[in-house]
Ligand binder design. Structure first.
Ligand code: PMT
Length: 401
């Protein structure tokens, strides 16, 4: 992975997350990128320009009215120099100024004067992020093609918990890498299924499962970051589409997911089945609400759903197939069985039950493939998904050089 000769302009606006941007400069420089930093005046209250100067090896610009700096490289020249502009952190104030097309300091002027793709990594208090004014600015910027990266949810510097944390430097670096088509899955098309399926019993009841979609959505996001073109088939979940996913297809039942995945798989190089697909559905779906009959046990007849992975592997030309195995016991035994029986290239096994796997923010996986296995220790699902995608990329390149 290299960013040699890539020209990245890092904008830093005023927020406590500015300290993380120092690490971002290091990570970009590690990959040999040329980095120039423009700070807002507010940002200098959090981190000194000298720090960014030392890390980037380039003079740092703050003011539009710095005659000496303008003589060395004018702001229009700087705007033309940049191949990518990433503003991290992007404060609520900066989002507002950009949304309104203001050019009242060097950073906003350069953003307006540049044709380079603009990436914004918002960071602010969760209440500010949720404010309708901020959300309206974000919607306006998105509509103009600006890429919003995050924010992530979690504990905040102010003590609040919620959405508004800046994405980690490693994640930002991966997104920039992928934007230059240099990620581990660059040029590949990845199809991911995520979430549960609902099998209707009558108009008000269904058979479902505990999948939140978090694991599958994290896999889709990690694949985007690795440079893939990603299609996401999602069961009924309430998660936002990860940034950069090209197409999202929402389905409800296993039959709908089966049809959607099989159609999309024609255009996919890799399929990752992270969805918890219902194995059975009611043989008959009542059009009217079933009425309770006190004292009489109710039986439901269930019919087997088609297996998506098995259907794909039965096709003569099919994507590289990665399944998941969710098991409460004998995880390795059942996972290896599914790897073979479903004709998979790789399977990611997780222990579930007692709060593990389903719904949880973190997870652990053991990967199995013909002739190998590897442990991915417990960590947050986005991080785990990045590890998984990196192993999938390795196995894919080995299997289909
Ligand atoms: O969504 P989260 O809350 O984040 O939880 C994550 C998870 C636990 C759901 C995820 O990590 C996971 O294990 N997903 C697979 C769940 C599952 O249904 O496992 P399974 O062992 O029953 O199925 C094995 C594989 O066959 C899976 O890849 C599944 O997508 C696939 N399958 C199953 C049934 C079916 N009809 N067609 C299929 O393709």
């Amino acid at each position: 992975m290299s960013l040699a000769q890539r020209r990245i302009l890092l904008g830093v606006s005023g927020g406590i997350a500015a300290y993380k941007s120092c690490e971002l400069v290091r990570r970009l420089r590690d990959l040999a990128a040329e980095v120039r930093v423009v700070m807002t005046e507010a940002a200098t209250h959090f981190v000194s320009p000298t720090t960014f100067q030392a890390l980037s090896g380039q003079p740092v610009r703050v003011s539009l009215w710095d005659a000496q700096a303008e003589a060395a490289m004018g702001h229009i020249e700087l705007a033309r120099w940049a191949e990518r502009i990433v503003v991290a952190p992007a404060s609520a104030d900066l989002l507002a100024r950009l949304a309104h097309g203001m050019a009242d300091d060097l950073l906003t002027t350069v953003c307006l004067a540049s044709a380079a793709p603009l990436y914004l990594a918002p960071a602010m208090n969760q209440q500010m992020w949720a404010h309708p004014a901020v959300q309206a600015n974000v919607a306006c910027l998105r509509q103009r093609g600006v890429q919003l990266l995050g924010p992530a949810a979690g504990e905040q510097a102010c003590g609040d918990v919620g959405s508004g944390r800046m994405l980690e430097p490693g994640a930002l670096r991966d997104i920039l890498l992928a934007s230059f088509g240099t990620g581990a899955l660059a040029g590949l098309r990845v199809l991911v299924s995520a979430g549960p399926t609902y099998e209707d019993i009558d108009p008000v009841r269904f058979i479902g499962n505990r999948s939140s979609g978090r694991m599958g959505f994290a896999v889709a996001e990690a694949a985007v970051r690795a440079g893939a073109t990603v299609t996401l088939v999602a069961g009924p979940v309430s998660l936002p589409t990860p940034t950069g996913v090209t197409q999202r297809i929402d389905v409800r039942s296993a039959a709908q997911m089966h049809a959607a995945v099989l159609a999309a798989a024609r255009e996919a190089d890799i399929y990752v089945g992270a969805a918890a697909v219902g194995d059975y559905r009611p043989l008959e779906v009542s059009t009217l609400k079933l009425k309770k009959r006190a004292g009489t046990p109710l039986s439901l007849k269930l019919d087997e759903n088609p297996d998506i992975l098995a259907s794909l592997s039965a096709q003569p030309a099919h994507p590289f197939l990665v399944g998941f195995a969710a098991e409460t016991h004998d995880v390795a035994g059942y996972a290896r069985g599914k790897l073979e029986r479903k004709g998979l290239d790789m399977i990611a096994a997780n222990q579930v039950g007692d709060g593990l796997g389903f719904e949880a923010p973190d997870n652990a996986l053991t990967l199995y493939w013909a002739g190998g296995e590897c442990e991915l220790p417990r960590t947050a699902k986005p991080e785990l998904a990045r590890e998984l995608i990196s192993r999938v990329a390795e196995r894919y390149r080995a299997a289909r050089p």
